[in-house]
Design a protein around this ligand. Structure first.
Ligand SMILES: Cc1cc2nc3c(=O)[nH]c(=O)nc-3n(C[C@H](O)[C@H](O)[C@H](O)COP(=O)(O)O)c2cc1C
Ligand code: SF4
Ligand code: SF4
Length: 378
C-alpha cells in the first residue's frame, strides 16, 4: 500500500488530508470527529477578536456538490476557544498522534492581539492566517508582518481568489510566512429565490461565497500559480472530495490538502475515504508514495505547453466499450459523430474539429485519441 504520510513545515502528517476551516471544525468536538474520520492533522475554524455576527441563513447547496455560504469566521468567542475548544481539539490530535493548526484573522491590530494568546496554548503546532476580509495586499502584508513579530510558530497564509494574481501576492508575502494555503471560497456571488424575488442567504444583499466541486478548477490554477512562483510549501484547498481530486492538487504543486464542503455533504469519514482512494490510485499506477506525484504537473507544464491550433487527430471509438448511449452525438457541435439509439457511435473524421468534448462526456471511456489515451470519466 502506498505511503500516504507527508512532512509539512517540519510537522509529520499521517496522511496529507486536513480539515479546511469551516463548520466541519467549528468547535473542539467537531475537531475530534475530524481526527476520528481519518484526518492527517487538525486545523480549527478561524478565530478573531470578536465572535462572528453570522447571518441566518448562511449556507445553501449549489449544483451537485457545491455550496454558497456567508458564514464569516467562528461564531464562538475567542475566550471560549482559548478556555475550552482548543483543549478538546488538541487532546484529540494527541490521541491520534497528529499535529494541530489554529486559524486566525484578519487585520494587523487583530493579529497582534490574538497571535500571542493562541500561540500560548500548549499543543498548537502552527497558525494559518486567513486574509479573506483583510483588505488590499498592503494590509495583508502588514498583517503577516505583525503576526510574525509576535509569534514564533510557523505561519501559513491562506489566500483568497478575489485577490487576483495569487502568485504575485504569495511572492510578496513569502519573506514573512512559511507556507501558503490555496484557496478560500470565491466570491462574493448571488443566488435568488425566484418565488419571492428575495435572497436565499441572509447577508445584506444575499451574497455568498462559492465552495466545493465548482471551485476545484480555480483552486488548482491558484495552487499551480503559487507553487510556480514561490519555493515554500502549498496546501491545496477547493473542491476536493475524492482520491483523484487529491492527486490532482498534489500534481499541481500541493504538499497537503484541506477539505471543507465535502465533509458537510459526506460526513467526517470523508478524510479517510479520500486517503484510501488516493492510496489505491497510487498502487494501481505503480507509485509507492503520495510524495512521488507531488508537483508532477508543475514539472511538466511549469513553462507552459505548445498551443496547437490545427486539427491533428480525431477520436476513435473502442467498439467493445460503447454502450450506445448517444451522449457523444448530442454534445458534438460540429456534427462529427453519429450515435443513433441502439447503434455504436461513429466519428466522421472530415468534420471533427478536435474540440475534445465528446471524450469527456462518454461514460465508459469508449472514445479515445488515436494513441489510445482516453479522457472519459472526468
Ligand atoms: C460554510 C463555510 C465556512 C467557512 N469558514 C471559513 C473560515 O472560517 N475560515 C477560512 O479560512 N475559510 C473558511 N471557509 C473556506 C474553506 O476553508 C475552504 O477554503 C473553501 O470552502 C474551499 O474548500 P472546499 O471546496 O473543500 O469547501 C469556509 C467555507 C465554508 C463552506
Ligand atoms: S472531438 Fe469535438 S468535434 Fe471531434 S467528434 Fe468529438 S465533439 Fe465532435
Ligand atoms: S458517449 Fe461513448 S458510450 Fe455513449 S454512444 Fe458515444 S461512444 Fe458510445
Amino acid at each position: 500500500m502506498a505511503n500516504m504520510s507527508v512532512d509539512f513545515l517540519g510537522m509529520h502528517f499521517r496522511n496529507p488530508v486536513l480539515p479546511a476551516a469551516g463548520p466541519n471544525v467549528r468547535d473542539g468536538e467537531s475537531l475530534r470527529r475530524a481526527a476520528e474520520g481519518g484526518a492527517g492533522a487538525l486545523l480549527a475554524k478561524t478565530v478573531s477578536v470578536q465572535a462572528a455576527p453570522v447571518p441566518r441563513t448562511h449556507m445553501m447547496k449549489f449544483g451537485q456538490q457545491g455550496m454558497l455560504n456567508t458564514e464569516l469566521w467562528t461564531e464562538l468567542t475567542l475566550e471560549q476557544w482559548l478556555d475550552e475548544e482548543y483543549a478538546v481539539g488538541i487532546a484529540a490530535a494527541r490521541e491520534h498522534g497528529i499535529p494541530f493548526i489554529a486559524s486566525m484573522g484578519y487585520t494587523a491590530e487583530e493579529l497582534r492581539e490574538i497571535g500571542p494568546k493562541v500561540a500560548a496554548i500548549d499543543g498548537i503546532d502552527a497558525v494559518e492566517v486567513t486574509i479573506h476580509y483583510t483588505g488590499g495586499a498592503e494590509k495583508v502584508e502588514a498583517g503577516v508582518i505583525a503576526l510574525r513579530e509576535v509569534i514564533d510558530l510557523p505561519i501559513i497564509a491562506k489566500l483568497s481568489p478575489h485577490y487576483g494574481d495569487l502568485g504575485e501576492l504569495a511572492a510578496r508575502l513569502e519573506p514573512h510566512v512559511d507556507a501558503f494555503t490555496c484557496i478560500n471560497s470565491f466570491g462574493p456571488t448571488l443566488a435568488i429565490d425566484i418565488e419571492t424575488a428575495k435572497p436565499i442567504l441572509g447577508s445584506q444583499f444575499g451574497y455568498g461565497w462559492i465552495s466545493g466541486e465548482p471551485l476545484k478548477p480555480l483552486a488548482l490554477r491558484c495552487v499551480f500559480e503559487v507553487a510556480r512562483r514561490v519555493s515554500k510549501p502549498v496546501m491545496g484547498v477547493g473542491g476536493i472530495s475524492t482520491g483523484r481530486d487529491l492527486i490532482e492538487h498534489f500534481m499541481a504543486g500541493a504538499s497537503a490538502v484541506g477539505i471543507c464542503t465535502a465533509v458537510m455533504y459526506e460526513g467526517h469519514g470523508v478524510y479517510g475515504k479520500i486517503v484510501r482512494e488516493a492510496s489505491e490510485w497510487l498502487d494501481e499506477h505503480g507509485y509507492s508514495s503520495i510524495r512521488d506525484v507531488q508537483g508532477l504537473f508543475l514539472k511538466n507544464i511549469g513553462e507552459g505547453q505548445e498551443v496547437v491550433i490545427e486539427t491533428r487527430m480525431q477520436p476513435r471509438v473502442v467498439e467493445d466499450l460503447c454502450i450506445r448511449c448517444t451522449a457523444c452525438e448530442r454534445v458534438c457541435m460540429f456534427d462529427a459523430i453519429t450515435a443513433p439509439p441502439g447503434e455504436i457511435a461513429r466519428v466522421h473524421e472530415e468534420k471533427c474539429f478536435q474540440c475534445g468534448l465528446c471524450l469527456t462526456v462518454c461514460p465508459t471511456g469508449a472514445l479515445v485519441w488515436p494513441q489510445g489515451e482516453g479522457l472519459g470519466g472526468h
